[in-house]
Design a protein around this ligand. Structure first.
Ligand code: V47
Length: 377
């Protein structure tokens, strides 16, 4: 490998990582230009140093209670502007709770909720939702509402971001998902998501959540109009905040899907780009424990391959995703835990079922794959 790294001009970066020296902006630029296999080798070395061949997933349920959203993000295929618009829906609290009751037989450990920014729901809708979910299954971790939603709640209901977080937490919120980060560079945000919470506020809400003792994730939406420098800048801002708080658990690169949205003329990013982004994230984000290859966004096969390009986590069973499927994702909407375990094994890695906070729930014993769609455990 030494000669391949040398030919790729990556020996210096390799030596830096071996010595535990942090990569800088120019190193990251070089990684975006260099031979992909050499970049992957470096990222894999880092991944194996941290996690061996362990690959994490969880038994989770994704819910989107409303797609009514006042923001007009160009990449979004999910949102409808107003209640009553064609395709707009808002579930009642009781309907959301019914979705969970239907899954009483499932050993779920996480519910992940992301909603549109609904202009007419009262704050009690969200607190009732959290309380109701906890009342049914007190053991399930509630990872709900992006920083963009938290900012919207504060503005709509006249509270500070901290007050919103404190009240939601009292109602049962356990952590924040990483959605809404998109790309932190102002130039891009002005074009693709000008009317929602900006970068400083997004980061500050995560900072506040960390200070209050909550863990959070952070994402990056790539493969649209952003430049390489803007990707690197995004990762650096994550790294800076992580130095300050240590509260991020996972970095999740999200591949842009172009169907049914206002950026549909753009092509989706290539698989090679996806592998490179995960690999560079692993190398640059030396203070973030986990790099997640979200199989719904990258596709199952690319997610499997990403397990050799820096990623150590695949997210989970998901079950009811719509944001990506409305934007053209051809992945299944759900995978059983047995299917996830099998695809991790097929990729040559060892599956570990985790909870949201990366505590080990179960180390699956080797078992043959079961029927597609079956809930097996
Ligand atoms: O914030 C929306 C993205 C995100 C498109 O925290 C799109 O564990 C691509 O954040 N093409 C929501 N991406 C999903 C998300 C997430 C997923 C998995 C795990 C976690 C976690 C968080 O989806 C949005 C936005 O960035 N998105 N539309 C699209 N057309």
């Amino acid at each position: 490998m030494q000669s391949r790294l040398a030919a790729a001009g990556l020996l210096e970066i390799h030596e830096k990582r071996e010595a535990g020296v942090r990569l800088d902006f120019d190193d990251a630029r070089r990684l975006f230009e260099a031979d992909l296999l050499a970049v992957g080798w470096l990222a894999n070395r880092e991944r194996e140093r941290r996690h061996g061949d362990r690959t994490y997933f969880n038994y989770n349920l994704r819910l989107e209670a409303t797609n009514v959203c006042t923001a007009s993000c160009l990449f979004c295929s999910f949102a409808r502007l107003m209640p009553g618009d064609d395709g707009a829906y808002t579930l009642t609290v009781e309907q959301v709770l019914a979705r969970l009751r239907e899954k009483a037989d499932q050993p779920l450990t996480e519910i992940h909720i992301v909603n549109g920014l609904h202009p007419e729901l009262p704050f009690s809708y969200y607190t009732d939702l959290l309380r109701g979910l906890k009342a049914i299954r007190p053991d399930i971790h509630l990872k709900c509402f992006t920083a963009v939603e938290i900012a919207y709640f504060s503005d709509l209901y006249g509270m500070t971001d901290e007050q919103v977080l404190v009240e939601l937490r009292a109602a049962g919120l356990d952590s924040l998902p990483g959605g809404g980060a998109e790309i932190f560079a102002e130039r891009v945000r002005r074009k693709i998501c000008h009317d929602k919470c900006g970068t400083e506020r997004y980061l500050d809400i995560h900072r506040t959540a960390h200070r209050l003792g909550m863990r959070t994730n952070v994402t990056m939406l790539y493969g649209h109009i952003e430049t390489v420098d803007e990707r690197i800048d995004h990762m650096m801002r994550v790294r800076d905040l992580q130095d300050e708080t240590g509260g991020f658990q996972a970095f999740i690169p999200l591949a842009f899907h172009p169907d049914n949205n206002q950026m549909r003329k753009l092509p989706a990013p290539a698989a090679t780009d996806t592998l490179r982004v995960h690999a560079i994230a692993r190398l640059v984000l030396d203070n973030v424990d986990h790099i997640k290859a979200y199989w719904i966004s990258s596709g199952v096969e690319v997610a499997q391959t990403a397990l050799w390009f820096g990623a150590d986590d695949l997210d989970g069973t998901v079950q009811e995703e719509t944001i990506y499927h409305m934007a053209g994702s051809r992945t299944p909407t759900a995978l059983s835990t047995a299917e996830i375990e099998q695809l991790i094994r097929d990729a040559g890695r060892s599956p570990i079922e985790r909870d949201t906070l990366y505590n080990v729930v179960r180390i699956p014993a080797f078992a043959p794959a079961v029927e597609v769609g079956a809930s097996a455990r």
